[in-house]
Design a protein around this ligand. Structure first.
Ligand code: FMN
Length: 215
């Protein structure tokens, strides 16, 4: 079963393996075969420099708020909000973090801005101004295919919207990205088995709440 992985062994996935995974993801369908996605792998010194700037921004109190696109309806519909709150509560409880402990919660949130310690991070992007709602669907389908390709090879990953909060830092460290809109990050690697962050299993709604048959 696929689930998000938020702790990695630190072993680098060789570039030929990465390329084969990316080519597999590139078989994702898209409307009229438009393939609007762009994917950037950041690793090595470039990733460490980016991570360091993210750390300085987050720890220095720069509010993570500069998102270039809105992910969710505002306000969040009640049913969605309930699930989001439940996720937060259960994940913190799983990690043994008291919800009242602000320092520990900030540390927990801060893991995002370290890319969970991953040595390799994919960034999904599209060309600025060249999209409609469906383009985001195409990119999402590509992204999930990428996630499954990683999973099928024993690798783990965690999609991240949170880190889209500092687009200036992404543009600083990713050359020739002025004309791109960054959509999501995907830290990935070999899962650290048994790590508390990786033993958490998120809940799902029962089948009848989202699926019906008409005949
Ligand atoms: C678009 C998107 C953005 C996400 N952003 C974050 C994030 O910033 N930080 C994080 O820890 N998890 C993030 N997640 C992971 C979700 O919390 C996770 O997929 C959800 O709780 C279901 O758990 P599972 O992936 O383990 O099945 C994101 C997932 C998606 C699809």
């Amino acid at each position: 079963m696929r689930k998000s992985v938020r702790a990695f062994t630190g072993e680098i996935v060789p570039i030929d393996v990465v390329q084969s995974i990316v080519l597999g993801a590139n078989r994702a369908p898209s409307s009229k075969n438009t393939q609007p996605w762009k994917l950037i792998l950041v690793q090595g010194a470039a990733l460490e420099n980016l991570r360091s700037d993210y750390q300085s921004a987050f720890n220095g109190g720069v509010k993570p708020a500069d998102f270039e696109y809105v992910y969710s309806p505002d306000p969040l519909p009640d049913a969605y909000k309930k699930r989001a709150v439940e996720l937060g509560k259960t994940f913190l409880a799983h990690k043994g973090i008291d919800r009242q402990n602000k320092e520990k919660r900030r540390e927990h949130d801060g893991e995002n801005y370290k890319f969970f310690g991953a040595k390799q991070v994919f960034f999904l992007a599209l060309n600025k101004g060249e999209y409609a709602l469906g383009t985001f669907l195409d990119c999402g389908i590509f992204f999930q295919t990428l996630i499954i390709e990683l999973h099928n090879r024993g690798l783990g990953c965690c999609p991240q919207y949170s880190v889209m909060a500092y687009p200036d830092l992404l543009r600083k460290h990713i050359p020739n990205s002025e004309d791109q809109m960054f959509l999501l990050a995907l830290p990935f690697g070999y899962p650290q088995k048994g790590h508390i962050a990786n033993t958490f299993v998120s809940q799902r709604e029962p089948l009848e709440t989202f699926f019906r048959v008409v005949e």
